[in-house]
Design a protein around this ligand. Structure first.
Ligand code: MN
Length: 321
């Protein structure tokens, strides 16, 4: 998915100064963003109050949308740099194409993991013949300095491990949870897990105190550490926890996101994560000139044009705003 926000505000993120070192309960509201003609998403990260959770730097929640007889998601070819994208669906399907030659339909319960490394481009679309409902999350993981120029590649995993308790199935989408490890490649210590709770469930999820965490609510009625979470909202939980109490009044779907606080400062603009204004500027001009990011074959339509850069040069600031 692309950041199609025409404002494409610069975000300077990261640094441990942003981390809450103890357990907190901070409810984050979404911002509604138009994604192309037909899709509206709820953006949870970056958020006004918080820019990252571990290496997770971008979280969009969309649907469930009734797209019967409609084109559904149509995101034309666009570039990425310095990050991984995670496509995770609760309903429907997304057809992924990228400049490394990938052509893959991603379905509910399957991990679509694209590592941009230094440069990649991709498109995402609802296939011509698609399910009635589309519901999912699109997430980005910032790559740390040592790995942010790796070769671009795409992974598709259909057999993900799960941690279970009565009434709870926690599918490990990326990283590790309670000893269960996703086959998706990671470049920093983190976790992304899909939590499926049945009505009446009361349980505690094991966490590691060195990670900071948040929970994205996707469906149903649930409370996280006693806080009711509405679908489309996200609860930031800070660090220092060994377990997380969960309750579900109805069947509910949540996503746990966490990781070691990301120590590096990053510059995030449009679909790029870099470390300096010059780097972002170069990436933008390379995309507009058709170099470096390769070509997406088979998408019916022109690629996305990059928005204008902000008038003021972007510079990474200190860890505390
Ligand atoms: Mn994208």
């Amino acid at each position: 998915m692309s950041n199609l926000d025409p404002r494409a505000m610069l975000s300077v993120c990261g640094g441990r100064g942003f981390v809450v070192a103890e357990p907190v309960r901070e409810l984050l509201s979404p911002r509604r963003v138009k994604l192309g003609e037909s899709t509206e998403v709820r953006r949870l990260l970056p958020n006004l109050g918080r820019r990252m959770i571990g290496a997770w730097a971008f979280v969009d929640h969309y649907g469930p949308d009734d797209i019967a007889g409609e084109p559904g998601m149509q995101v034309p070819p666009h570039p990425h740099m310095g990050l991984q994208t995670v496509s995770w669906l609760h309903a429907g399907e997304v057809l992924h194409r990228d400049s490394t030659g990938s052509l893959q339909t991603v379905r509910p319960g399957e991990l679509g993991l694209m590592t941009s490394g230094r440069a990649i481009s991709h498109s995402e679309e609802s296939p011509a013949s698609h399910a009635r409902f589309l519901h999912g999350a699109q997430l980005w993981v910032a790559l740390p300095e040592a790995h942010r120029t790796v070769e671009p590649h795409f992974q598709h995993h259909t057999d993900l491990p799960a941690v279970t308790a009565p009434g709870l199935t926690a599918t490990v989408v990326l990283g590790e949870l309670d000893g269960a490890l996703s086959p998706g490649t990671t470049y920093s210590p983190l976790v992304g897990a899909d939590l499926s709770l049945s009505a009446g469930t009361e349980c505690a999820l094991p966490l590691v105190p060195d990670f900071e965490y948040a929970v994205l609510a996707m469906s149903g009625e649930a409370t996280v550490d006693g806080v009711p979470v509405q679908p489309g909202s996200m609860l930031y939980l800070g660090c220092g926890r060994t377990e997380l109490p969960l309750r579900a009044a109805s069947d509910a779907g949540l996503m746990l996101l966490g990781g070691e606080p990301f120590a590096e400062e990053i510059v995030m603009w449009w679909n790029f994560i870099g470390r300096s204004n010059d780097e972002i500027k170069q990436a933008r001009s390379d995309w507009m000139e058709g170099t470096r990011f390769g070509e997406v074959k088979g998408y019916d339509g022109p690629p996305l044009a990059a928005p204008e850069l902000p008038p003021v040069p972007m510079k990474p600031r200190g860890r505390v705003r």
